[in-house]
Design a protein around this ligand. Structure first.
Ligand SMILES: Nc1ncnc2c1ncn2[C@@H]1O[C@H](COP(=O)(O)OP(=O)(O)OP(=O)(O)O)[C@@H](O)[C@H]1O
Ligand code: SF4
Ligand SMILES: [Mg+2]
Length: 340
């Protein structure tokens, strides 16, 4: 397995400032606080966790739309964590993002042809108008749009079609990596599968590596090879997709999986839901040591809140940051989510 991107100790703190003139820093939002993971070539890596845990920030750091506070992002042997605009420009072609809300990221006054052709414009590729139109129409076909709709405006397309436009623009320059930030969350359930299938087909055809962000674990499961679970700016578990679903070792992963809806009502009744209680604490002032300790059913005072658990490989190969990972008995006590 070759790593396309190696992320190490990545940190992004957003300063909170007060005062009009001196703008004194009074604190920081610890949006991402020391995450490390590899993105292997050709895989789909899922990034999941509750709202505000730092998924989008991580995505924007890896694609260098944001500059990290510290840490490294090794891409093709080079650390791009602090690369300047000139060095980043060629990398922009290789790393692209697909966003949740395709409508807000599409200029309403531009035709779809212009929108999909923008990456060629930005990177000075194919100035000949007829040839560029051909390229764009090929892309439209590739993502399942009618090339005859080249001159239409975004409002003339449905939500699913707009996401196809976003995908077409993302693959225009034949990138190596696509980071899709909740690409189907805003879509009807009936349309979601079509977009997921499109991404999967394109991955196979183009040899793409994908980072797929979601908070719906049932979506990620069928899409991803491996899944990283985030909580308050940290990765708490990283495992193969199937392994995570069958044997989640971190209490937070277990709780998230218990929240995945089970279609069978009998299973749902049997299910011992470990519903997560309480709100997510503020990333400005996160709980000490294990950040999950204020909500964890297995919390041991004097240990979990004092000594930070580090990511370690546990039973089954799951990489887990927890002093007391779920045991086989505890996992068995959960009703299987296999039907989900
Ligand atoms: N530009 C910014 N300035 C200040 N704080 C920010 C900024 N961007 C994000 N944050 C904060 O950082 C934390 C992580 O945000 P992020 O958007 O990465 O979370 P997320 O996991 O993507 O959440 P969601 O599921 O809601 O999209 C949040 O507390 C958010 O308010
Ligand atoms: S370290 Fe302790 S508080 Fe944190 S997840 Fe594990 S058992 Fe729960
Ligand atoms: Mg987000």
């Amino acid at each position: 397995m070759t790593a396309l991107v190696e992320v190490r100790d990545l940190v992004k703190h957003f300063p909170i400032r007060k005062g009009i003139i001196f703008q004194k820093q009074v604190g920081a939002v610890q949006a991402v606080d020391g995450v490390s993971f590899d993105i292997n070539e050709g895989e789909t890596l899922g990034l999941v966790g509750e709202s505000g845990c730092g998924k989008s920030t991580t995505a924007r750091l890896v694609t260098r739309l944001l500059e990290p506070t510290s840490g490294s992002i090794i891409y093709k042997g080079l650390d791009i964590a602090h690369a300047n605009r000139r060095r980043l420009l060629p990398l922009r072609r290789e790393m692209q993002m697909v966003f949740q809300d395709p409508y807000s990221s599409l200029n309403p006054r531009k035709t779809v042809g212009t929108i999909i052709g923008e990456p060629f414009e930005i990177h000075g590729i194919e100035h000949d108008k007829t040839k560029r139109r051909r390229l764009v129409q090929d892309l439209m076909e590739q993502v399942g749009l009618n090339p005859e709709h080249y001159n239409r405006l975004p409002y003339e397309f449905s939500g699913g079609q707009r996401q196809r436009i976003g995908v077409a623009r993302a693959i225009a320059l034949k990138p190596k990596l696509i980071v899709a930030d909740e690409p189907v969350s805003a879509l009807d359930v009936s349309i979601q599968a079509q977009i997921l299938n499109l991404l999967r087909d394109l991955q196979r055809e183009l040899g793409l590596t994908i980072v797929f962000i979601a908070h719906d674990l049932s979506v990620v499961r069928h899409m991803c090879d491996r899944i990283a679970v985030m909580y308050l700016g940290k990765i708490v578990e990283l495992a193969d997709s199937q392994q995570l679903y069958d044997h989640p070792r971190h209490p937070y992963s277990g709780a998230l999986l218990s929240a995945v809806p089970v279609p069978d009502p009998r299973l749902a009744r049997e299910k011992q839901r470990q519903v997560l209680t309480g709100d997510v604490p503020s990333p400005t002032n996160p709980p000490s040591a294990c950040r999950f300790h204020t909500r964890c059913p297995k919390y041991v005072a004097g240990h979990c809140d004092v000594e930070e658990p580090l990511l370690e490989t546990k039973q089954g190969g799951n990489v887990v940051a927890c002093h007391y990972p779920l045991t086989d008995d505890e996992i068995a006590a959960r009703v299987p989510t296999a039907a989900a």
